[in-house]
Design a protein around this ligand. Structure first.
Ligand SMILES: C[S@@+](CC[C@H](N)C(=O)[O-])C[C@H]1O[C@@H](n2cnc3c(N)ncnc32)[C@H](O)[C@@H]1O
Length: 377
């Protein structure tokens, strides 16, 4: 593991000329290091002073925003219990379809800007390498974003505009929010299903009936617990009913979900491994069939992958959000009660426990059943 990151004031002193550092190596490392995993960084940082200092700076950069600028607000890691400064995974702000032909599933750059800025804003090397003042998301992941859009079209069908009556959507309410007559917020969210405007509506993202489509708008942080690992926390007061985040990850076929679950169970039995594969079942109105959605955020996901289980149901409701014109629903989390700053965000992983000797639960609630829910996938 890397030593603690340097204090901020030391960062600007990392420019190679001021340190007597190897310049060609420095330039090369600035391009390559953001693509490395923590283990690779730790190994490479042992090789020389230049790489050691860059790796330390990169570690600091990564620990201040788990979302790599994909979200509206940075989501920092806090760890006072062990040596891990951050959790490493590939970030996606929305659902994606895995495909072996897309290299973004293997690697994602995380942290080029902090390294480039160390070359100095006026440095010719810095300008040549950075171009503009793009974010991590723009710089490291442009290819990733393009691929994601191309992929997603395979799963989303857009029906004719008449599918929704929101041509009347342009009605502006007293709060200056664009209202929508097909809004079904009242009551629906507590039942776990919500209909939002979508691709077949004429309204845009500003429509009041798209609360889950504008990204994360509440301040969050990821805090390490000695027994539960990382957990997602509120970094501000959150009002009951407010959208918190979507559960984003790889959409899997049931066959692939079962295959991965077996591997994850084996890894978890050896300790030190957390999986984040969520299976959602939506019973169709006939009652005879059920739509099953498998979302795996273990390797590729967003910050929802850090939400821990609570036997009392926690403070988040899981809501299947259907958008007009989109084939698949999305799984979203809304606050089921008012949530205080520094409170952990939790939900119930389910009721079924097929393995009586499953993973121990440390939710701490008065109705804790002692083990985490487990199902045959
Ligand atoms: C979706 S992940 C949640 C984030 C995870 N804590 C981490 O560090 O990445 C699910 C895993 O978190 C851990 N976990 C979640 N809720 C827990 C609880 N109430 N008690 C103990 N461990 C928990 C288990 O290892 C579980 O397999």
């Amino acid at each position: 593991m890397l030593p603690p990151p340097p204090k901020k004031s030391h960062l600007k002193e990392l420019a190679p000329e001021s340190q007597g550092l190897n310049q060609p190596l420095f330039q090369c490392a600035v391009l390559i290091l953001p693509w490395l995993t923590p283990q690779e960084l730790a190994t490479i940082s042992l090789t020389c002073k230049t790489l050691h200092q860059l790796a330390r700076s990169l570690t600091l950069h990564r620990s201040v925003d788990a979302s790599r600028s994909f979200e509206n607000l940075p989501i920092p890691f806090h760890n006072t219990v062990d040596q891990y400064p951050y959790a490493y995974f590939i970030y996606t702000p929305s659902q994606i379809i895995p495909s072996p032909s897309f290299p973004y599933l293997q690697r994602q750059a995380w942290g080029p800007n902090s390294l480039l800025s160390q070359l100095g804003p006026n440095s010719s090397q810095g300008q040549a390498l950075s171009g503009s003042s793009s974010s991590d998301a723009e710089m490291g992941c442009a290819y990733f974003q393009q691929s994601r859009v191309a992929d997603f079209s395979m799963w989303v069908s857009v029906v004719g505009e008449s599918a929704c009556v929101c041509e009347r959507c342009l009605k502006v309410t007293e709060d200056n929010v664009i209202g929508c007559p097909c809004m079904e917020l009242e009551g629906a969210e507590w039942m776990g299903i919500l209909s939002e405007c979508g691709p077949s509506c004429r309204c845009g993202l500003e429509c009041g009936n798209r609360p889950s489509q504008r990204g994360i708008r509440v301040q969050l942080k990821i805090v390490r617990d000695i027994r539960k690992g990382w957990g997602l926390y509120a970094a501000q007061w959150i009002q009951r009913g407010q959208f918190v985040c979507e559960y984003a990850g790889e959409l899997l076929t049931t066959k692939e979900a079962r295959r991965r679950q077996q591997i994850y169970d084996e890894l978890a039995s050896g300790g030190h491994f957390s999986s984040a594969l969520l299976v959602v079942r939506e019973h169709l109105p006939s009652g005879k069939a059920c739509l099953r959605i498998n979302i795996d955020a273990t390797r590729v996901g967003n910050v929802a992958r850090f939400i821990n289980h609570s036997c009392d149901g926690g403070n988040l409701s899981t809501v299947l959000v259907r958008s007009s014109g989109a084939l698949l629903p999305r799984l979203c989390f809304f606050a089921s009660e008012d949530i205080n700053e520094d409170e952990e965000l939790t939900f119930s992983y389910g009721e079924i426990r097929v393995r009586p000797k499953g993973l121990k639960c440390f939710c701490g609630s008065s109705c804790c059943l002692g083990t985490l829910p487990s199902e045959h996938t």
